[in-house]
Design a protein around this ligand. Structure first.
Ligand code: S3P
Length: 752
């Protein structure tokens, strides 16, 4: 059994190849005290001498057979083409417990080389690949921090020693790297696309340009683009020669795919096909931004981000006193989703302003790009959607990942049930727990084929059926998402009727009308005839009342405060929060009421008020469904008890908002009790300045919980910490800076 380095240094590590990677590994071992002696091996004496002079190695040894004897670990970091030869040289001298690992950029060939040398891959051989480096090479180029925050992929094969894998993992982690396990084939395919192909292209482009008669001029004037694109052509040619040969099949596959796409782009440029060009460029731009997001470890639209370390944000709030000023909060989330969906299936170009650049709405936007729609932006809230018509969506290249966004999943389920392709909708941990049976069941009645996970949870595997039949569906729950899902599916059926048990937000109906579709609304019944063409239009999205709600409550509960919230959407199906707070005694005035693109809008003037507890009328529940967490904070500041009933829906939002809010309130010293369908909060009354004690609350990754407890700080006696706040970016990415602007003492701390 090899020694496991968790806690004490190894005695002897041998590094074969003292280039950038080998010498950085040696420096890392030294810096973090991970071994007692480092023996360096290299072909050139001058490299070894330099290694000794620089203090990178303790001992230099040209004879590999002598070097590896008695070693705890041997690290191969010479060009990959030499792997087999080196392994056969050292094989007879390796101790029973010596761990061998490497840093080669291709893993399949390393595993094959080990098999040829040893008969089978030895249990102590743990192939690896640090995804770090630079175009620089040589022993003096190394740094001890080269691997910090970089990934190292280990590809142990079956039968390997777990202790050996743990030891190698521990070494890399001690140097600050994140270790990922993968099989060698997957590694080689991924690296062919992300590293090997770009190097091939960079070498080729520079070579083509250098051969050109004008090359001197080209190089003289080559500025940012050429420099950025070709930086890696300065890399070590022998190393890359070896890599391309070692990963020939996967590199060629990636190159062929690229060549095909390049030919299409050539044609688009040649024929002046703007749509095709913009399609490629906007998709690429989004993917590139998305890629940076993953690298900065924010959870957004990417399955990988869940398995990687998600960004952990905590809000730290100092007790505040008053708020003041004016704000235009970000665009309405519900309307933002719908603008992309309807714009995509319309004919013509839809221009959107005020689009919410939050992760949920961006999930919808990215999904439609994946469905073949060209979308420019978002840029400062402006988006242009090149509609493809009712029948123009295309099968996406893979599953559609919708992050945290329930609205995206439920609305897309309806639309995609009617297409002539199949698609699977997935999401993050929270979304995966949310009920989708509520859309799958009626869609199946329309003839859709949908498989869900256990108990109707995501993923949703949708086998498109272009000939859905209309239904008349009395909804068992008041849900705008279910209604909208069925209306979207209904665009592809004969006649669809949805009956609501209580009014819910009607943005879909209003926006469909804006796109020229006739929607019949009689009392609780909405009917839509399928087959109608949507005509592109302009959409001006008002500020989101659900985001404004945090500041409505802030302005109400903070003493001596006045705040103006501009251009807020006040659609009557969304203003339950205003009605409830007014019943409690809030001072909220609607100024400058107007219609903007079919939606009522107003500026809200909010002044401090003494609140009293109430029984919240059940009819208002669907009209304030997203605002209850912050209404509960207001209730805690009111005089006497507030009781909410008939709100079991809150238990299946991004978190169980009844329980999570009750727990948080209790931990801040408020008397609150969750009930199966609501909550009872004994307000502390307005006599007291401080309603909440200091404390720490867990938001369970629910954006609205995190923001609600931030508002509570305005009436707290001490510091409030709110954990797990990264998802505030799903609906209100600028919350922290807006809150600071009006006087809430908040900072966001990255606790990764
Ligand atoms: C939404 C409807 C509501 C709401 C959600 C957005 C919409 O959900 O909670 O945040 O955009 O249609 P339900 O319709 O499920 O109540």
């Amino acid at each position: 059994m090899p020694k496991v380095v968790l806690g004490r240094p190894l005695s002897k590590v041998v590094i074969i190849g003292l280039g950038l990677i080998g010498s950085s590994f040696a420096r890392g071992l030294k810096k973090w005290g991970l071994c007692e002696e480092i023996v360096g091996c290299a072909r050139s004496s001058s490299t070894l001498e330099k290694g000794l002079d620089l203090g990178v190695i303790d001992t230099a040894e040209k004879d590999l057979s002598l070097a590896v004897q008695g070693a705890d670990l041997v690290f191969l970091s010479m060009p990959i083409g030499a792997t087999e030869k080196i392994l056969s040289t050292i094989a007879p001298y390796l101790g029973e417990n010596t761990i061998v690992t490497d840093a080669g950029s291709v893993k399949g060939c390393v595993v094959e080389a080990a098999k040829r040398v040893f008969g089978e891959v030895p249990e102590n051989f743990i192939p690896g690949h640090p995804i770090a480096g630079s175009e620089k090479s040589g022993v003096d180029a190394g740094t001890s921090g080269l691997f910090l925050h970089h990934k190292v992929i280990l590809t142990p094969v079956s039968g390997h020693s777990p202790e050996a894998a743990l030891t190698v993992t521990a070494l890399w982690e001690a140097m600050g790297a994140n270790v990922i396990l993968m099989d060698p084939g997957t590694h080689d395919k991924i690296l062919a696309a992300t590293s090997h192909l770009p190097h091939l292209l960079a070498y080729s482009l520079v070579d083509t340009m250098a051969k050109d008669d004008e090359s001197l001029d080209i190089f003289r004037y080559a500025a940012g683009g050429f420099r950025d694109f070709t930086r890696i052509a300065a890399s070590d040619p022998t190393m890359w020669h070896d890599i391309f040969l070692a990963n020939r099949a996967a590199t060629l596959e990636a190159l062929d795919e690229f060549t095909e796409d390049l030919a299409l782009l050539r044609k688009a440029v040649d024929t002046g096909n703007s749509q095709d060009m913009l399609g490629v460029f906007t998709r690429a731009q989004a993917a590139r931004e998305h890629f940076s997001t993953i690298l900065s470890q924010r959870a957004y639209l990417e399955k990988m981000s869940e398995s990687m370390n998600e960004k952990q944000i905590e809000f730290i709030l100092q007790p505040g006193s008053k708020v003041s000023g004016k704000l235009r909060v970000t665009g309405d989330k519900s309307i933002s989703h719908r603008s992309i969906i309807l714009g995509s299936i319309a004919e013509g170009e839809t221009d959107i302003e005020g689009f919410l650049e939050g992760e949920d709405a961006l999930a919808t936007l990215q999904a439609f790009r994946d469905l073949g729609v060209v979308i420019e932006g978002p840029h400062q809230g402006r988006v242009k959607v090149y509609g493809v018509g009712l029948h123009g969506l295309k099968a996406p290249p893979g599953d559609l990942y919708l992050g945290n966004s329930g609205t995206s999943m439920r609305l897309l389920a309806g639309l995609l049930a009617a297409q002539d392709f199949s698609v699977t909708l997935t999401g993050d941990k929270s979304l995966t727990k949310r009920p989708m049976g509520r859309v799958a069941t009626p869609l199946r009645l329309m003839g859709a084929q949908i498989d869900t996970g256990q108990d109707g949870s995501p993923p949703l595997a949708i086998k498109g059926n272009p000939s859905l039949s209309g239904i008349e569906y009395p909804m068992p729950m008041a849900s705008a998402q279910v209604k909208s899902c069925l209306l979207l599916a209904g665009l592809y059926a004969d006649s669809t009727t949805v009956i609501e048990p209580a009014p819910t937000r009607d943005h879909t109906e209003r926006m469909l009308r804006g796109f020229g579709v006739s929607v019949d609304q009689r009392g609780d019944t909405v009917t839509l005839q399928g087959g109608q063409t949507l005509k592109a239009c302009s959409i001006d999205i008002p500020a989101d009342i659900s985001s404004a709600a945090f500041f409505i409550v802030a302005g109400t509960i903070a003493k001596d405060s006045e705040i103006l919230l501009e251009h807020v959407g006040v659609n009557p199906t969304r203003t339950g929060v205003i009605d409830i707070l007014r019943l409690m005694g809030a001072n909220i005035s609607l100024l400058n009421e107007r219609q903007v693109g079919g939606e009522p809008v107003a500026d809200l003037l909010v002044k401090s008020a003494d609140l009293k507890g109430i029984d919240i009328p059940e009819a208002l529940v669907p009209l304030a469904i997203d605002e209850f967490p912050v209404i509960f904070v207001a209730a805690a500041c009111a005089q006497g008890p507030t009781c909410l009933r008939g709100a079991e829906e809150l238990r299946v939002k991004e978190s169980d908002r009844i329980q999570v809010m009750a727990d948080g309130l209790v931990s801040l010293g408020v008397d609150a009790q969750a009930t199966p369908d609501g909550i009872l909060i004994n307000g502390k009354g307005d006599g007291q300045a401080n309603v909440f004690t200091e404390g720490t609350v867990e938001s369970h990754g629910d954006h609205r919980i995190a923001m609600s407890f931030s508002v509570a700080s305005l009436r707290s006696s001490g510091e409030i910490r709110v954990l797990n706040c990264a998802n505030v970016a799903t609906s209100f990415p600028s919350f922290v800076s807006e809150a600071q602007k009006v006087g809430i003492q908040i900072i966001a701390k990255d606790v990764q």
